[in-house]
Design a protein around this ligand. Structure first.
Ligand code: ADP
Ligand code: MG
Length: 779
């Protein structure tokens, strides 16, 4: 896309030449009129100044040229443009008699006979929906006449007169229309239409065309594969040519033209009252809503588009943050106030076979500070697999118990709950803490007994699954709740547990980039354990092509002969459990042939929790060597003797997922390995997999993954209520997110229910954008 600056430069040169040459109207082939029609197209003021150039005398011409050149001066580069309220171009005001409110259904406005139906098919029900259905990208269709500079494959717009036309049918059902255009400089360019018979009528010799398409360079000449064109006589005032054009999400049977016209109609029909009061717009250097919406759909130039994006992106985060804050409970929550005695931390550490790492100690102090304060703790402890989160959580639970409170640890699955139970019992029972387990697989009698024990306060720490919140568990005195792998729980479930107002500690092994954590876990403070315990040998990772599969399994066999065990993971197949089971079974059978001496067993998603537990237990007891599994191997499962992780069809996994899986090995002191077996894959995928091969740093990987896949994948977004951001790029928007969050906090601190008349539009917009969440009840 040519920048404004480049276009300006291209226009400036011939004008300067003309001025230097004595204003003979000769510097430009075809005269100044030609120039105005093309190069000057993006600069309406210049066109205006030079309009009757040919009719002027030489002095008049010189004056006009100087005036035009002054208009084309490059804009001074300002050092810090961010915080200035940007200039705006006034859009056409909607005429009073046609105005409809933004929440009106699309039938209220004339979108043509099938219009409303088409729009609804795209999920656009109201005019507001339409206004905020932004183009996916923008194309620069301002005329770019200098073909010398056009690169192969570049998308360009050219304009000129048709000087010749040719029609070929090299094969039946194949029609190639070729047209040679001559532009105002006398440059010729060939444009081709492939199988577009309807275009033929319009391509007559002598007509003026504006053609947009991809350029193909043959030495010095350029050919353009037409994708879009208009006759120039039609183009005046057109929404689809000779400007920066928005390209919308495509859908069968709905043309871009239709969508552009619909957006234009919406923009001119709805009063674009700004929901963001002017003072805040100025504070954050944002343009007003009308300017932004016009700029997003029909930018006058790059600057317009930029400030439109800035404003609308800010809005996305603002409404997201408002919603997160409103979903949280009101005001400062009072939690438990613990003594959290430093001597108890020392006592806990003294009972461990190791010392805390610096990072663990730092996080533990952040946690203990929260526990001492009367505010309810809501803290996310984030750390790579094996970084020692559980040890930190165990210490926090110990502090709670020392103060006479009970503690809970909630895990997403039964396997994990059992494992945590084992670990916590190991940490805490030597210190006299009573630890219990409550999971769905227990008999009703066992459950009832455990519940009674909890209610009587006869147990100090209980580890469980969702059973902890689903069953009617009454606590004698719950003080601290630890939630493992929070992203598997919905925010709502977390809230249920919070009915007792305990302090809350969430542990997550998914390394979440700060910007994402800020938004996705809006209501949690963040602590990061960014250091692994000493003495870990980093896992060696190797990426291989599936043609070398046998060698890979040869290596697995050697490890087995040394007494080690291996995981082999196969990918999820389109979430179809039957196919998945089939694939896993087939893989197990394959392996029995490739590894005849190994004992192989299978774990898959169709098994009951008890069956899975049974397989995992046997694996832990070393009753077989190779565990073939679909991706159901749970994050956090601990089998220290397993030193090899083979991942089949690695190309189908996300990076963070691969990293999590790899974390299943390397849990003992022996050197561990991860083998990524990749099937057919693209260069891009290869780049992705190379990142895993080259790094064991969860944060580096998460950032890379986020960049490659977008934020949706990293955490169950539907659960968290994090909506799709149209404009937001969560990796790079930390500053915007922080600004939006600050403003959201400020707004709600002063007006928690958005009742002030000044905020009426803001409240309406928030309600409209939150239609799918239960925010209407809050405000
Ligand atoms: P996470 O919960 O982050 O996966 P864990 O707390 O389960 O990590 O710790 C992983 C393993 O490392 C456990 O076997 C634990 O005993 C051990 N461990 C934890 N902290 C340390 C430390 N500071 N030094 C040595 N080993 C540690
Ligand atoms: Mg753990």
């Amino acid at each position: 896309m040519a920048t404004v600056e480049e276009l300006r430069e291209k226009l400036r040169k011939p004008l300067e030449l003309e001025l230097a040459g004595g204003c003979q109207n000769r510097a430009v082939a075809g005269g100044m009129d030609r120039l105005l029609m093309n190069l000057a197209r993006p600069f309406p003021k210049v066109r205006e100044v030079l309009r009757d150039y040919a009719a002027l005398d030489e002095t008049g011409r010189a004056d006009k040229l100087r005036e035009a050149l002054a208009l084309l001066q490059p804009e001074p580069v300002t050092a810090a443009p961010a915080r200035r309220a940007p200039a705006r171009v006034a859009p056409p005001a909607p005429s009073a008699d046609t105005q409809v409110p933004p929440d009106a259904p699309v039938d209220r406005v004339n979108f043509g006979p099938q219009g409303p139906k088409k729009l609804r098919g795209l999920g656009l029900h109201t005019l507001r929906d339409l206004l905020h259905a932004y183009p996916r990208r923008h194309e620069d269709r301002r005329a770019l006449p200098n073909l010398v500079d056009v690169e192969d494959g570049q998308k360009v717009t050219v304009s000129g007169v048709v000087v010749s036309k040719n029609r070929r049918t090299p094969k039946p059902k194949m029609l190639i229309l070729e047209v040679t255009l001559e532009d105002p400089y006398g440059q010729r360019v060939k444009c081709t239409w492939f199988n577009q018979p309807w275009a033929e009528k319009q391509l007559s010799v002598g007509s003026r065309l504006i053609v947009t398409g991809r350029a193909k360079r043959f030495g010095r000449s350029v050919q353009i594969g037409a994708e879009y064109f208009e006759r120039e006589d039609d183009a005046e005032g057109s929404l689809s040519t000779a400007r920066i054009v928005g390209v919308y999400e495509a859908q069968e049977g709905v043309s871009q033209d239709f969508l552009r016209k619909a957006a234009h109609t919406a923009l001119t029909s709805v009063p674009l009252d700004d929901y963001l009061p002017g003072a805040w717009r100025r504070q954050y250097g944002l343009t007003d809503l009308a300017d932004a919406l016009w700029g997003m759909h029909f930018p006058t130039d790059e600057d317009h588009l930029t400030r439109a994006r800035e404003r609308l992106r800010f809005d996305e985060y603002l409404f997201l943050e408002l919603r997160l804050l409103l979903q949280g409970e009101d005001g400062v929550l009072l939690g438990k106030r613990f003594l959290a005695d430093g001597r108890d931390i020392e006592r806990f550490e003294g009972s461990l076979p190791f010392q805390f790492t610096g990072a663990q100690r730092r996080v533990l102090h952040e946690v203990a500070d929260d526990m001492r304060s009367e505010k309810q703790m809501a803290r996310l402890v984030q750390g790579d697999v094996g970084s020692g989160k559980t040890a930190v959580a165990a210490c926090a639970l110990y502090l709670a118990v020392r103060d006479g409170y009970q503690g809970a640890l909630m895990a997403p699955t039964e396997i994990l709950a059992r494992q945590h139970f084992k670990n916590l019992a190991g940490y805490l029972e030597p210190l006299g803490v009573r630890v219990g387990l409550l999971i769905g697989a227990m008999t009703p009698k066992q459950k009832a007994e455990m519940q009674a024990t909890i209610a009587n306060g006869l147990i100090d720490v209980v580890v469980g699954t969702q059973a902890l919140i689903q069953e009617s568990v009454r606590w004698a005195n719950l003080g601290l709740a630890v939630i493992d792998e929070e992203h598997r729980f919905g925010v709502l479930q977390r809230r249920k547990l919070l009915a007792d107002r305990p302090d809350v500690l969430v542990m997550s092994a998914t390394p979440i980039p700060r910007s994402l954590a800020l938004t996705a876990y809006g209501d949690l403070e963040l602590s990061v354990i960014d250091e692994l315990p000493p003495g870990r040998t980093p896992i060696e990772t190797k990426l291989i092509q599936d043609t070398h599969r046998r060698q890979a399994y040869g290596f697995v066999m050697r490890q087995i002969r040394e007494g080690r065990q291996a995981y082999v993971v196969t990918s999820l197949i389109e979430e179809n459990e039957n196919l998945e089971l089939l694939a896993a079974t087939q893989l197990a059978d394959d392996l029995k042939v490739i590894l005849p001496d190994a004992r192989i067993d299978l774990l898959h998603g169709k098994m009951s929790a008890a069956e899975k537990d049974e397989v995992m237990d046997r694996f832990r007891r070393r009753e077989f060597d190779v565990l073939v599994s679909t991706t159901v191997i749970e994050v956090g499962v601990d089998v220290p003797n397993a030193t090899v992780m083979v991942i089949e069809n690695a190309e189908r996994f996300g990076l963070s997922q691969l990293h999590q899986l790899r974390g299943r090995v390397g849990r003992g002191s022996a050197q561990s390995y991860c083998v990524l077996i990749a099937g057919e894959h693209s260069q891009k995928t290869r780049k992705r997999l190379k990142i895993i091969e080259g790094s064991t740093d969860g944060f580096v990987i998460a950032e890379a993954d986020l960049k490659l896949r977008g934020p949706g994948e990293i955490r169950g977004t539907r659960q968290s209520g994090l909506p799709d951001l149209q404009l937001g790029d969560i990796v790079n928007d930390v500053d915007v997110i922080e600004d939006a969050r600050a403003l959201a906090k400020h707004i709600l601190a002063h007006d928690p229910k958005l009742e002030h008349p000044r905020l009426t539009y803001l409240r309406q917009e928030l309600q409209a954008r939150s239609a799918h969440v239960a925010i209407r009840e809050v405000i």
